[in-house]
Write a protein that binds this ligand. Structure first.
Ligand SMILES: [Mg+2]
Length: 214
């Protein structure tokens, strides 16, 4: 029987060339958002807590943020080919993101990318952004979207899993995935935690590796 394969991918800085949430904070929040980010990177607080505090600093309307995102966010141009590749090989491909749905869905629509997404939900209220976590794991208070939960669900269904990511919120799934593609901070974390990984720059690299192991 052929192996059932699934790929889970991060969004910000992995499918996009730069981190969209960070770009929004740089543009629309006072510089103190970086202090909250440092607490997160030192693992003193989880994504959920850091996002709530960081986006509470953003006072802008959704349309304003989307105009900025539309102007500044760029996709890894090889991702579209990767979507086609996964489809043709019967490989499940899903996005698991600690970003916010309003820009993730906007960009996927703009780039004509049709892939299932789990991400956090932004609600624009009276000049500030409130965040809900439809994909949280009830047993963990740290993350918004639990990337690990989806990986475990796929594993329980008999899938061999590959994980593609670039940041701190990708560490949990990287510990458990059968195959890890990492760059930037995730690559550093994998080195520190002694997790085997394959370095990548673009999805063309991931595709080459997965194509070779078909
Ligand atoms: Mg990322």
């Amino acid at each position: 029987m052929p192996t059932k394969r699934a790929v889970l991918s991060d969004f910000d800085g992995t499918i996009t060339q730069t981190d969209v949430a960070e770009a929004i904070l740089d543009e629309f929040a006072p510089a103190t958002w970086r202090e909250i980010e440092d607490l997160y990177r030192d693992r003193k607080i989880g994504t959920r807590e850091s996002m709530v505090h960081q986006f509470a600093l953003v006072h802008a309307r959704e349309e304003e943020l989307l105009r900025f995102v539309d102007r500044t966010a760029a996709v890894d141009e090889t991702f579209r080919d990767f979507v086609t590749f996964c489809r043709s090989r019967g490989i499940i491909l899903e996005i698991v993101s600690e970003g916010l749905d309003f820009y993730v869905r906007y960009l996927l629509r703009k780039w004509d990318i049709d892939v299932p997404v789990r991400t956090n939900h932004a609600i624009f209220e009276e000049g500030h952004v409130r965040i809900e976590y439809p994909w949280e794991d009830a047993t963990c208070r740290l993350c918004g979207t639990c990337k690990l939960l989806r990986l475990f669900q796929l594993r329980a269904l008999g899938y061999r899993t590959a994980y593609v990511g670039n940041g701190h919120s990708d560490l949990c799934p990287a510990i458990e995935a059968d195959l890890v593609f990492a760059k930037d901070e995730l690559a550093n974390l994998c080195r520190t935690e002694e997790i085997d990984f394959i370095p990548f720059e673009r999805f063309a690299d991931v595709q080459r590796r997965l194509g070779a192991s078909a």
